[in-house]
Write a protein that binds this ligand. Structure first.
Ligand SMILES: NC(=O)c1ccc[n+]([C@@H]2O[C@H](COP(=O)([O-])OP(=O)(O)OC[C@H]3O[C@@H](n4cnc5c(N)ncnc54)[C@H](O)[C@@H]3O)[C@@H](O)[C@H]2O)c1
Length: 258
């Protein structure tokens, strides 16, 4: 899949799935802006992208800030001369019984997982419209398609991302801007390790045993790697998905099929 000459923005690109996406895009020829709260991590991934022979721009930002989102789009445009792809990947999670979840934690997860997607999207649209098209790809989750106890707030944010994707796809179709999202299942990243520790605190089970139990529920019998997810992200950026918009693509090892 040839992404030569394409320029991409990846939010939450400093580690995990976002890092995997940034590197996979670069391997297929794209230049990449790596946006993250953690500048050190963004700079380290930018170096990896440059080592693959592509242009890279590390950028420190908080996706919940409208100013940061505006600067992100401006700097990407200055650096690349265009914005072909936006990956709204930054996300956060916490785990709680609903009666223990405080309103601040609810607002915080919606701010990052939903408002962040909205703000970054809004910021790039004028550039994409001006240049006659683009792709917006959001990292949703299988948790946006099915209920999970202790993750009610997280599920609600990811369901919102899926429907935001679909509405936006219709609104932007006349401008040749294709909008899709993918729904990863369980991916072996820091986020999953953090979840296993929280589950361990709640149940007293060993975190390693919890990880094994979760893995045994995956039909393909293993966690996804960031590369498993990034390969689908590359497909959604490429000409091979030129007739797809408004889709929520499962990448779950068979765990979610709707
Ligand atoms: N790991 C999984 O099993 C899994 C499954 C389905 C969906 N997802 C989703 O995939 C995305 C990436 O997950 P991951 O597992 O790589 O997580 P991660 O925690 O390993 O990495 C998330 C990255 O996002 C950055 N980030 C967090 N909040 C930010 C903010 N406000 N502004 C800018 N950057 C911010 C972090 O600094 C970090 O670099 C998230 O949207 C997550 O919800 C993950």
């Amino acid at each position: 899949m040839d992404l030569n000459g394409k320029s991409a923005i990846v939010t939450g690109g400093g580690q995990g799935i976002g890092r995997g996406i940034a590197l996979a895009l670069a391997k297929h020829g794209a230049d990449v802006m790596i946006c993250d709260l953690n500048m050190e991590a963004a700079a380290s991934v930018a170096k990896e992208v440059e080592d693959l022979g592509r242009k890279a721009l590390p950028f420190q930002m908080d996706v919940t800030s409208e100013d940061d989102a505006g600067r992100m789009a401006e700097e990407a445009y200055q650096f690349f001369g265009k914005i072909d792809l936006l990956y709204n990947n930054a996300g956060t999670i916490s785990m709680s019984l609903i009666e223990d979840l405080d309103a601040k934690a609810w607002d915080q997860i919606f701010a990052v997982n939903c408002k962040g997607v909205f703000l970054c999207t809004k910021a790039v649209i004028p550039y994409m419209k001006k240049q006659g098209g683009g792709r917006i790809i959001n990292t949703a989750s299988q948790a946006g398609k099915t209920g999970l106890s202790l993750l009610t707030h997280y599920c609600a944010t990811k369901a919102a991302v899926i429907l935001f994707t679909k509405g936006l796809a219709l609104e932007l179709a006349p401008h040749n801007i294709l909008v899709n999202c993918f729904c990863p299942g369980s991916v072996m990243t820091d986020m999953t390790i953090r979840e296993s520790k929280w589950a361990s605190e709640m149940t007293g089970e060993d975190p390693e045993d919890i990880l094994k139990k979760w893995e045994s529920a995956i039909p393909l019998g293993r966690y996804a790697t960031p590369d498993d997810i990034a390969n689908v992200a590359v497909f959604l950026a490429s000409e091979y998905s030129s007739y797809m918009t408004g889709q929520a693509v499962n990448v779950t090892g068979g765990q979610e099929m709707h």
